[in-house]
Every structure is written in C-alpha cells, then in structure tokens.
Write a protein that binds this ligand. Structure first.
Ligand code: SF4
Length: 387
C-alpha cells in the first residue's frame, strides 16, 4: 500500500490507523495496559484531541513515549464548498496529486456523512463522475476514518451550543468515491472505529456500505462488520447492467442478489437498499419498470427483501447522459409502489457545489488509464447498450 502521505513518518505511527484492537496491540508494544489504549482511543475519536500533552488522564511517562512514537494527523484540507441547502463538500489531499471528496448532508433529524474509500474507482460506472476518472489507489484506514474525524470535530466546534461533546454525525454512508468492498482490508477497521462506543458509537443501522456488487466480500462483511447494505443496481437485466456497472460482467445480477439475501442473516436491517439512478431513455422506460418488478417480485420464487431508492441522475459533461424527466420519475416510482415495492425518490442535495450523488470527482491520477481508453472509444458507449 504505497502512497499515503501520512501513515508513517520515519517509523512514527499514525494512530488514526488503528481500531481498538490495533490500539491495544500498539499500547502493548509500549509496555502499556489495554485500558490505556482505550483512554487514548477515546481522546482521539471522542474528543478530537491530537496533542498528547493535553490528554490529562494519561500518565506523563506515556505521554512522553507517545510524543516520540506516534502522531494523530487528519488529512490536509484543500478546499471547502458550502451549498445553499446546507450541504458541505470537503476536498482532501491524499498525496501524489490525488484528492478525495467527503460530503456532509444535514437534515432536521440527522447528520449524514458520505465518505470516500478510494482515490478514484476501478469499476467505471458510466453514470458516475468518479468512474470517469479511473483509479489511483486504495485509501488507508487512517485516510478513511480521518474524513469522519475531521467532519465530526470541525462541525462540533462550529455548531457548539455549550455542549462540545454532542454528536453531529449520526449516519455514515460509504457512498463517496470508490468501491468500498474493493478496499476491504482498510474498510473493516474503519467501520469498527465508527461503530465503537469508545469512538463514534454509530449504530449499525445508521452505517451503510454501498457496493456495486463485489460478491465474495459481501459475505465476508456480514461476518466481520455487519452494517446496513446498499446495492447499486441501476438496471434490471444483465445486458443493461453489464454496460452501466461493468462489474456485472463478473458478478451478474442473480449472483449479487443471492449474496445480498444471504447477507441479511447478519445485517442490522431486514432489507437491502437498492440504488437505481434514473437515466433518460436508458433505464427508465416501461420495459425496465416491468423487468425490475419481475426481478424483485417474481411470479415464482421468493420476493427480494428491499427498499428501492430512485436517484435522479446528476448530469456531468463527459457522460453524455441526461436526467429522466420528472414525469418519468413519477411514473417509475408509482409503478413500483403499485407492485407493492417500497420505493422513495432521493432528494437531490448539494448539486450547486457538485456534491450530489454521482458527482464526486476529487482529483485522481488515473493508473488504470480508463480515461484514455474512453477518449479512444475503447470503452463501449452507453448509446450502444440500451437493452
Ligand atoms: S458508482 Fe461507485 S462503484 Fe461505480 S464508478 Fe462510481 S464510485 Fe465506483
């Protein structure tokens, strides 16, 4: 895992890298007891403290050891954009010319943080701005959790109303840049930190991993860190999904739905959220509605336990795709509801700062050369793949 600008500096350990088990191991290496690791963990994640000197209940000898062996450093902030509707988008430097984006979406009853898991993405979905940039590298655990650390403690300070410790972020969605299940090794410790009562104490139901369908990792996630699951479906047939979500060529729809169904044995909810981005003339026609209903409510066999989230497409220049009309979106949604499916239409937030779903672009040094292949016409254009 090369490339992190802040994982280790001359063998000084970045402590944002550790879940509590890792922190206990690290403390052991310093000759310290596990409860000291928990104290340290709480200072870092619950109180946002970077300076060991201010961790007042740690012994002076431990603080001195930490000052020469460890550091706590969030990602450098490159830019902040605030939308008219309260959404905030942060751009963070992850080194070597790469930058990632994180989005905060405030609502009356919750604060949701949309976190990135990779610099770029290798899946290359045709309707996703990140997918157009190609892939540079996986983020480390520290780089993933740093986004939550920064957002939580920055917003807490800005919004403090006398109570500096009340939580701002109540929900996390791993729906930013990247396919989280293709960065499994670093994702799982980050999820454990999010869920840990000595850190952010997020509920499993309010922590969501969204995947394009990395089948083997869906099952492992159920065993390692069962949280809410969302699947980027976007098409009801393999022929169309092969083009919209190229990973479908490896893991076709039936396999992915089976893996999701099996995941529900471990999940904190009894359904999977299905994301369906509505693209004008591509996947929003009568034939797609009927195919989707047949897929999820088959005349033979069991219904698929799901809630469908219809996402109006947020256009960006390179895609050549258009948002479905409001009439089409309504028709689509009404037909699913009439068929007995649970379905909502996602409200677009933050589109004036390009922070809406599918618009995250950051800055990626593409090592997969997908952008060059697209420019040479070597990636099948969506217009040829409408069935
Ligand atoms: S939608 Fe998700 S999986 Fe697909 S390219 Fe974008 S970030 Fe990657």
């Amino acid at each position: 895992m090369g490339g992190s600008i802040f994982l280790k500096v001359q063998d000084v350990q970045q402590l944002l890298e550790f879940d509590r088990t890792g922190m206990i191991e690290f403390a052991k290496g310093l000759g310290e007891k596990p409860f000291r690791a928990t104290q340290l963990f709480r200072w870092i994640h619950q109180r946002g403290m970077q300076d060991f000197e201010h961790m007042s209940d740690l012994a002076k000898s431990l603080r001195e050891k930490l000052s020469t062996t460890a550091f706590v450093q969030p990602l450098p902030l490159l830019a902040e954009h605030r939308s008219k509707d309260g959404v905030i988008k942060w751009l963070f430097d992850v080194g070597q010319g790469n930058a990632i984006e994180t989005v905060y979406i405030p609502e009356s009853d919750r604060g949701t943080l949309c976190i990135s898991s990779q610099a770029g993405c290798a899946v290359g979905c045709t309707f996703c701005s990140t997918g157009y940039q190609g892939f540079s590298r996986n983020l480390t655990t520290a780089e993933i959790i740093s986004q939550l650390w920064f957002a939580e403690h920055t917003l807490r300070q800005q919004q403090a109303k006398g109570d500096k410790e009340s939580r701002v972020i109540t929900n996390v969605v791993m729906m930013g840049m990247g396919e989280p299940l293709q960065n499994y090794t670093h994702l799982v410790p980050a999820l454990k930190i999010m869920l840990d009562d000595h850190a952010y104490g997020l509920s499993r139901r309010r922590t969501t991993v969204s995947t394009s369908g990395v089948v083997p990792m869906i099952e492992r996630l159920g065993l390692d860190a069962p949280v809410a699951l969302a699947l980027s479906l976007h098409a009801p047939t393999d022929a169309l999904r092969d083009e919209l979500v190229p990973l479908n060529r490896k893991y076709p729809i039936a396999q992915v739905l089976d893996a999701c169904r099996a995941y529900l044995r471990y999940a904190p909810r009894d359904f999977v959220t299905l994301e369906y981005c509505l693209l004008d003339g591509v996947n929003d026609q009568e034939v797609h509605i009927n195919a989707l209903i047949d897929l999820l409510r088959p005349s033979k066999g069991a219904n698929f336990p799901c809630k469908i989230n219809l996402i109006p497409f947020n256009p960006f220049k390179e895609s050549g795709l258009k948002r479905s009309t409001n009439a089409h979106i309504k028709r689509f949604s009404d037909a699913l509801l009439d068929a007995g499916l649970v379905c909502t239409v996602r409200k677009t937030r933050g589109d004036d700062i390009d922070a809406a779903c599918g618009q995250l672009a950051g800055d990626v040094q593409d090592r997969t050369a997908i952008s060059a292949r697209r420019a040479q016409g070597k990636v099948i254009p969506i217009a040829n793949a409408l069935t």
